[in-house]
Write a protein that binds this ligand. Structure first.
Ligand code: FES
Length: 121
């Protein structure tokens, strides 16, 4: 792992995620309150990118099947509940989960030096 600059404070906002890169790894960054937070842009359900998902109250929603993750911790708070935004009934959720169990997404501690933001990745 190496300390890598991912953005500047001017690039990051509280109302949307910024997609960036760290050592070839796609990362999502946002500001929650006064804190800068980052997670991998790779949903643990099927490994798809989440950059185009909704971002609300510090939570990123995967645009494919609706799994939700806290951007400051990577914690999974909802697991596979829809298909491209259309809600699924219980049995269909299980089928769409494809045997995968709720899993947190990788998160990164963000450090700040002046206006520059870094993670170890
Ligand atoms: S790929 Fe993200 S919930 Fe399925």
């Amino acid at each position: 792992m190496a300390k890598t600059k991912i953005a500047t404070t001017a690039d990051v906002s509280t109302d949307k995620v910024l997609k960036t890169n760290a050592n070839g790894q796609s990362v999502l960054v946002a500001k929650v309150g006064d804190k800068y937070c980052a997670i991998a842009n790779k949903c643990p359900h099927l490994g798809l990118p989440m950059a185009k998902g909704k971002f609300e109250n510090g939570v990123v929603t995967c645009p494919f099947h609706g799994s939700k993750f806290e951007i400051c911790t990577g914690k999974n708070v909802e697991w596979v509940d829809s298909v491209v935004g259309i809600p699924l009934p219980g049995i269909a959720k299980k089928m769409m989960a494809m045997g995968k169990v709720p899993t947190d997404v990788a998160s990164f501690a963000v450090t700040q030096e002046g206006a520059d933001l870094f993670i170890d990745a």
